[in-house]
Design a protein around this ligand. Sequence first.
Ligand code: GDP
Ligand code: MG
Length: 174
Amino acid sequence: HQKESKKDIVAKVLVIGEAKVGKTSILTRYTEGSFQESMIPTLGIDYRFKKLFVKGQEIKLQIWDTAGQERFRAITQNFYKGAMGIILVFDLTDPKTFKTLSNWIENIKQYSGSEACRILLGNKCDISQNQIPKQDIQNLANQNKIQYFETSAKSNEGIQQAFQQIADDIANKF
Ligand code: GDP
Ligand code: MG
């Protein structure tokens, strides 16, 4: 039953970051192929599944969203428990969400140790008003050994690539 058990690989992945950076939109875009301009801010999805392939092997991502508790800095250790991948998101058009990334990175270290694979997404790249210097972003990514992608939940740019990367990383590590 080798084949069956291989199909059962499920990886818990978290999408985290400041409120309004587009976490729920990224998840909705990736799992449903849709986008809403007027996303209800407090709307969170528990989790969604998405299957993809790494080197011909099926892997099922169980992708967790927050329920808006990031607004109160109230994400608990329990949320991080068992996560194999963490997708950290900021908003390219909102420098505040870039500045606070170090807090998020600290949280990740504290709660998930060094076990989980991590990637960084600069979301809303469809909007031209981007005030965060590219070099600053790249420096932060390098310092923390975390791969960086520009994404847009609206245009779908970079979304597939980002999830494929985290799945590849997870498959390599676990
Ligand atoms: P969350 O709080 O991080 O879950 O953010 P949401 O997914 O609720 O998105 C916050 C707002 O940003 C909503 O109005 C979305 O429509 C909008 N949004 C999310 N992603 C994008 C994007 O890639 N481009 C643009 N232009 N707007 C986005
Ligand atoms: Mg949300």
